[in-house]
Write a protein that binds this ligand. Sequence first.
Ligand code: 13P
Length: 251
Amino acid sequence: MRTPLVAANWKMNKTQAEAREYCRRFRELVPRDFPVELVLFPPFTALAAVREELSGTAIRWGAQNVHPEPKGAFTGEVSLPMLLEHGVSYVIVGHSERRHIFGESDEFIARKTKAVLGAGLSPILCVGERLEERKAGKARKVVEEQLSAALGHLTPEEASRVVIAYEPVWAIGTGVPAHPEDAQEMANFIRGWLKERFGNVAEGIRIQYGGSVKPANAGDFLRLPDIDGALVGGASLDPDSFFSIAKEAVP
Ligand code: 13P
C-alpha cells in the first residue's frame, strides 16, 4: 500500500563531476520498473548536474536543506523558488546535523516544513533522540515533541505529503544501527501519533529508518511492518552499495 522510499543523503560530499559519474552508474543499475521510489540528495552545487543526468528516469532528487523565506537578506541560504528551478521533489528538514551542529530549533524546522509543503513539495522530516535521552527512557517523549512541533499544525492533506525519517542521533555515522525491534517500536509509535492527529491519512504516510544502514543490515529494517524505506548516509555514496540497499526494499 505504501511505496517504499529509499533515499541517499550525500551530506557534504561530491563535486559536480563526481555526482555525474555516480548518476551515470546508478542509472545503469536501476531497472525502469523498479518498484521502490529512489531519491538522491546531492549538495546544492550538484543539483543541476544530477537533474541533467537523471531527467527522463524514474529516479528523483531533492535538497538537503532550505530556508523558509522565499528571498531576502539571508547570506548563505537557499530558498524554495531556487530549488523549484532545479526540479526537486523532496526537501530534508530537521536532520540531526542541522539540529545539533547548526542549532536549528523546532520552531524553525516547523516553518521550513510548512514552506516546503506550500511550494507543493514533500518534506522528509527527520526526528530522533540522542543517546542520553534513550538511556533516560525519554526517546518517545523527544520524538513526540519533534513531531508535534513540526507537524501539529498541518492539515491531513498536508500531512499526507510528509515523509518521516526516524534517525536516532547515536546511530548516525557511527556504524552502530538501532536494534530493528527498537526501530519498529518507534516507527509504530510515530504511526500511532499520526493516526491520532490525522486519522486514516496516517496509514499512507511513509516512515523511514536512518542511521548506519548498510547493504548487510538494510533488510533487517526494510522488512519491518511500520518501516517503509531508509534514509542512507555513508553507504549511499557508492552507487552499487546504495542500489544493494534499495533492492532490500522491494516488496
Ligand atoms: P549514516 O547512514 O552515514 O549513518 O547517516 C544517516 C543519515 O544521517 C542520513 O540522513
